[in-house]
Design a protein around this ligand. Structure first.
Ligand code: ADP
Ligand code: MG
Length: 360
């Protein structure tokens, strides 16, 4: 069942004489119990989307549906949505207990019931020993738990999270991700989580939405989006380093670029109509090998311990290769590249659309 639906949502901010179209037709269907992560660089409108879903901000165009019902005129209170805001927004003068209890107090839930529910979620998040402390006496990780507890205490079946882990140290963050995943599986709310952090998005999402230029550029299974990006923007955004994108031309049964060529992989034969394409291949799907068919010169070597990223110049392009074996390479060294043909993607040179998805 579609639990949250955004239909052609537009948001335009007007500042003095400037108008900024932040959201330009957002469409998104979120199923019950999905853990949807919206990934996008800072300033792309992630917080704006969450505030519109929560009813804290009104869209200029389009509709929000919650649990199958049109929600455009519903007040935030009636939407039964909990939100963990970007900066946690805990009240510094209240102790942890009162902070968690706050959403229930304003809804006039009886005192005994409040006590029971606060203790329940505090225990679940392992902060039941901190209930008397003030926020200033907590670590970043503890504060984040308080903010999540306050969202959970309402028993809302839709929870919005605005970069909730971004203030934590790298180590704590990985643990917090795991806990968050477990918590969602146990309690089963629908979570809409926004972040600019790719690793976080790939590891948390059951469905990943990529936000760019006011639109959702791609939406689906995170690994599928990674393996077969639907357009060249997605390819250039996902992955670290991202997919190599090389302007190429299809000539007969060959893909040519920079005066060199590789055979056109079987899967594309008879499908590709345009001859100006962008060849996409991930750095982990290229090997530096004697029997490679592309020649290049090593331009830069990034030694990162467990693997090495080698930047190889091929004509006008720099092709990045991830070497897992530890091989010492020198700048200026001549090498041959061997592409894993089965992992090549081709994008239309103009529209950037993945030609396999478009025609396949
Ligand atoms: P994100 O959460 O992805 O960083 P935001 O949704 O906070 O992005 O903001 C998107 C863009 O809209 C930013 O460029 C921001 O400066 C602008 N913006 C956000 N709120 C307002 C506002 N109230 N008035 C004018 N511009 C705003
Ligand atoms: Mg934000």
């Amino acid at each position: 069942m579609v639990h949250v639906k955004l239909e052609d949502i537009w948001k335009i901010y007007k500042e003095k004489k400037k108008t900024v179209e932040v959201l330009r037709g957002i469409n998104l269907e979120i199923e019950k119990r999905d853990f949807v992560v919206i990934l996008g660089p800072s300033g792309e409108g992630k917080t704006t989307i969450l505030r519109i879903i929560a009813g804290l901000l009104k869209q200029d165009k389009g509709h929000v549906y919650l649990r199958g019902k049109l929600a455009d005129d519903m007040s935030p209170k009636d939407r039964n949505i909990a939100m963990v805001p970007q900066n946690y927004a805990v009240y510094p003068f209240m102790n942890v207990f009162d902070n968690i209890a706050f959403p229930l107090k304003i809804e006039h839930v009886p005192k005994e019931e409040i006590r029971k529910r606060v203790l329940e979620v505090a225990e679940m998040l392992k902060i039941d020993n901190l209930l008397d402390r003030k926020p200033s006496q907590l670590s970043g990780g503890q504060l984040q738990r308080v903010a999540i507890a306050r969202a959970l205490v309402k028993n809302a079946d839709i929870i919005l999270m605005d970069e909730p882990l971004s203030n934590l140290d790298a180590q704590v963050r990985v643990l917090a991700r795991e806990e968050l995943k477990e918590l969602q599986q146990k309690l089963g709310p629908t979570i809409i989580y926004v972040t600019h952090d790719q690793a976080e998005a790939l590891s948390l999402a059951t469905k990943l939405a990529l936000l760019h230029d006011g639109k959702i550029q791609a939406y689906g299974d995170p690994l599928e989006l990674y393996r077969q990006p639907n357009n060249s923007w997605v390819a250039s955004f996902l992955g670290n380093p991202a997919m190599n994108l090389i302007r190429s031309e299809i000539v007969g049964e060959k893909i040519e670029f920079n005066g060199q060529a590789i055979p056109l992989p079987e899967k594309f034969k008879g499908i590709i109509k345009s001859n100006k394409v962008i060849l996409g291949i991930r750095p982990e799907n290229i090997e530096i090998s004697q029997d490679g068919d592309i020649e290049g010169v090593v331009e830069l070597v990034e030694e990162l311990g467990s693997f090495t990223i080698t930047h190889v110049r091929v004509g006008n392009d720099i092709i990045k290769v991830i070497d897992k074996a530890f091989i010492k390479r020198e700048k200026g060294e001549r090498v041959k590249l061997k592409f894993d043909y089965s992992r090549i993607e081709l994008f239309d040179a103009e529209s950037g659309v993945n030609l396999m998805i478009k025609n396949g």
